[in-house]
Design a protein around this ligand. Structure first.
Ligand code: BGC
Length: 763
């Protein structure tokens, strides 16, 4: 093995430290202790501050002191840490009843929708909005994004994740975190790791082989450490290989900290710590969410006693505190204790600005996936007199549901309101609820904790809906899932992927009454559509579209914007086709779940096993058409350590402007170990005017060819032939080329003795 080059992976300087420099204040420069000297390197400041703390103070820094805070040490200018959920917007304060608290924030479209945009720039903007609003409410750490891989369509938190593919998840997460951390708050990559179901989430023990772990479940977590410099992590609730993830030596110490060189801290998921000794020794830095009294938490008094008795060396608490202080210095939180810290009791200004709301709308618009369109969309209002809007999601609001990712927005535009705003009275609108939504119909903004409203008579609802459909020129059906009754909710998985509330029958009756029916579905992923898909001309998947959702939807339906979302997860024809279910490897036996499908998650399974999905990964139509041509595989650029650049031309061959997500998949011709048939390794979203053609370049680095080799503890790219496939979805590949890798390469995951991951040629 010969060392040929080093890749520069480093903790990226995070953000311009724009707030008041630590150390300014009354203390004269000479008396100022080294930790207040911002000219010194962070590491030196951390060591100095650490040396000034008593043991009791150190322990106070490694566990919560309220539900979302960790105490500070005021005598040294260490403030308390303020945290908030979550991935989709800044969560409201806990005091629901206190109407005086101004804690509204922008509800962004759920992150699965963000992934469906396949637009990393939007992920940066998305993260930046949450970061800015977090700063407004004096939050230091935002508990997101959530990077768990969608292993089964049933998982109750899929709507909060970024889909089934590690490459797409990595790209979106890295951009999200860069955008958020640039605002001076820390992101928190969660839930580390293998937290792909909610069923028995606190007790399920996940077993999988090393390659599945490294190739599917960990890449996004690694990417956000090494490419985005994420400052904090959250351990998952579940067990991995017999040990809770929040007390897991292999995940936290060996992989995250030793191999990847993570310098920030790991907090537990809320109540995810179960033992003092395991948490103390196995890499858990801050215990959160264990119920009060907090001084009795595992990493509080019991830990202090263990340190005093010599059960744990002081180095265990020092490492945790060092990490906490490192994050605080990076966030510029440590201040001169002689100058009182300014903490915000009231928000400093508007939390949800017009600009943020517009970006939220833009994310929603780009997230919509047009699944089918036979000459109905976009609708032309000039040719329509009456529209029937049918379905409980037509008037539903979603932002306050789903669990910890809930957000209290200043408003939320429903589909009905959005369509009505768009049409401005020129077209008659009739609304019919059509079905009882999960958890009851009733007030759409009902909070999860409130009682379900009574169910309405189902046959009356159907009869009303059919009558409405008959009397209209066009039907816009708005159904799907919501965050109630075991759907798309933290703590529970779906039972199946059927549409709830009798919607399959209802849609059939509606389309029979009026064939000009558009079906819009909202939700966190796949549903079966067998019963009606062939009969319905147009279907649009809208995820959970955020506070501007209804306006965005109307703009897509009436052609003001052209849908450009692509599925970040496979939609199977039926649940039994998807890997964990085909193998009966969900939800596990006797509390253990073996991920028998290994690497074959999502499209990797459907493609390798040649099973036709309902809609494949990467799929999504447009109101225009695109032509791919002239594939050219160009060696390099060497400077980036990339073996090849994939070049091709993309043309808009229709009559509307539109964006296409061009996807690049890599297939090894004769792999030395079993590999999925092909894997996504690059993509680019390109906006084209009618008739416009652009040259597109996608660089494939060595990782694009590599599999994980457990015996070598690194990534091996085999020497030999690879197919490069380019197209508009995982099953719509328009161009194919051959590439030959001239030497086998081994890339290590973690830092070498110089703190850099190394790359070597394998002989
Ligand atoms: C969730 C986390 C969340 C935490 C704090 C937990 O139940 O799993 O994602 O950040 O609560 O609300």
């Amino acid at each position: 093995m010969r060392l040929i080059s080093k890749i520069k992976h480093r903790i990226i300087p995070l953000f311009a430290l724009s707030v008041l420099a630590a150390g300014s204040g009354n203390a004269g420069a000479q008396e100022r202790p080294p930790y207040l000297d911002d000219a010194k390197p962070v590491e030196a400041r951390v060591e100095d501050l650490l040396s000034r703390l008593t043991l009791e103070e150190k322990v106070s820094l490694v566990h919560a002191d309220t539900r979302f805070t960790v105490a500070g040490v005021p005598r040294l200018g260490i403030p308390g840490l303020q945290m908030s959920d979550g991935p989709i917007g800044v969560r409201q304060e806990e005091r629901w009843s206190d109407t005086n608290v101004v804690d509204f924030s922008t509800a962004m479209p759920a992150t699965l929708g963000l992934a469906a945009t396949w637009n990393p720039n939007l992920a940066t903007a998305y993260g930046a909005i949450i970061g800015q609003e977090a700063r407004q409410c004096d939050k230091n750490i935002m508990l997101g994004p959530a990077l768990n891989i969608q292993r089964t369509p049933l998982c109750g938190r899929n709507f909060e994740y970024l889909g089934e593919d590690p490459f797409l998840t990595s790209r979106m997460a890295v951009h999200y975190i860069k955008g958020e951390q640039a605002q001076g708050v820390s992101s928190c990559a969660k839930h580390f790791a293998a937290n792909s179901q909610e069923y028995q989430r606190n007790s399920i023990n996940v077993e999988m082989d090393e390659r599945a772990l490294r190739e599917i479940y960990l890449p996004a977590f690694r990417a956000v450490v090494q490419e985005a410099g994420v400052l904090t992590f959250m351990g998952a609730y579940n067990l991995f290989r017999g040990q809770h993830c929040c007390e897991n030596d292999y995940l936290l110490n060996k992989i995250l900290k030793d191999e990847w060189g993570f310098k920030g801290f790991v907090m537990s998921d809320w109540g995810g710590v179960h033992h003092t000794d395991l948490a103390a020794l196995n890499g858990m830095d801050i215990e959160m969410g264990t119920h009060p009294p907090y001084e009795n938490n595992y990493l509080a008094k019991p830990f202090l006693e263990g340190l005093k008795s010599g059960q744990f060396p002081v180095s265990t608490v020092d490492d945790k505190v060092r990490r906490n202080l490192y994050v605080m210095f990076k966030l510029n939180l440590i201040h001169d204790p002689s100058v009182p810290a300014v903490t915000n009791v009231e928000p400093k200004g508007p939390l949800s600005t017009k600009a943020h709301q517009e970006t939220s709308r833009q994310v929603a618009e780009e997230s919509f996936v047009l699944l089918k369109n036979k000459n109905l969309l976009p609708l032309n209002p000039a040719k329509i007199k009456t529209i029937a809007i049918i379905g409980a999601n037509g008037t539903a609001r979603f932002a306050t549901g789903g669990g910890s990712s809930m957000v209290k927005p200043p408003y939320e535009i429903t589909a009905l309101q959005g369509i009505s705003n768009r049409l401005g009275g020129g077209v008659k609108l009739i609304y019919a609820q059509g079905y009882n939504a999960p958890g009851g119909s009733g007030r759409p903004d009902r909070r999860e904790t409130e009682e379900s409203p009574p169910l309405l008579n189902a046959s009356n609802l159907v009869a009303e809906a059919v009558a409405a459909a008959k009397s209209a020129d066009v039907v816009i059906y708005v159904g799907g899932l919501n965050h109630h009754g075991g759907y798309d909710t933290e703590g529970a998985d779906r039972k199946d992927i059927k549409l709830p509330g009798g919607q399959d029958e209802l849609i059939q009756k509606i389309v029979q009454a009026n064939p000009r029916t558009v079906v819009v579905l909202m939700g966190g992923g796949a549903v079966e559509m067998d019963a009606w898909l062939a009969k319905v001309p147009s279907v649009l998947y809208a995820w959970y579209p955020g506070l501007e959702g209804g306006n965005a939807l109307a703009r897509a339906l009436f052609g003001d914007v052209n849908p450009s979302g692509k599925l970040p997860c496979t939609f199977p024809q039926r649940l039994a086709d998807s890997p964990a279910h085909a193998l009966h490897a969900y939800p596990g036996t006797n509390g253990t779940e073996i991920y028998q499908e290994g690497l074959l998650v999502g499209y990797r399974w459907f493609d390798t096993k040649n099973i036709k999905p309902l809609f494949p990964f990467g799929y999504g139509l447009s109101y225009t058409t695109f032509k791919y041509s002239n594939l050219n595989l160009v060696p390099g650029p060497e400077a980036l350590g990339a073996p090849v650049t994939v070049e091709f031309e993309l043309a808009n061959t229709g009559s509307r402007a539109g964006a296409e997500v061009a996807q690049v998949y890599v297939q090894e011709a004769s792999p030395s170990v079993p590999r999925p048939l092909k894997e996504l390794k690059g993509f680019k979203k390109v906006l084209l005017q009618p008739g416009e053609k652009q040259k597109v370049s996608v660089i494939l680095d060595r990782n694009a060819f590599a599999h994980y080799a457990p015996d070598k503890k690194g990534w091996v790219a085999d020497k030999g032939a690879y197919k490069i496939l380019v197209g508009g979805s995982s099953r719509d590949l328009r161009l194919a080329g051959k590439f030959h890798l001239s030497e086998a390469i081994l890339a290590l995951d973690g830092p070498d003795q110089n703190g850099q991951p190394s790359v070597a040629v394998l002989k």
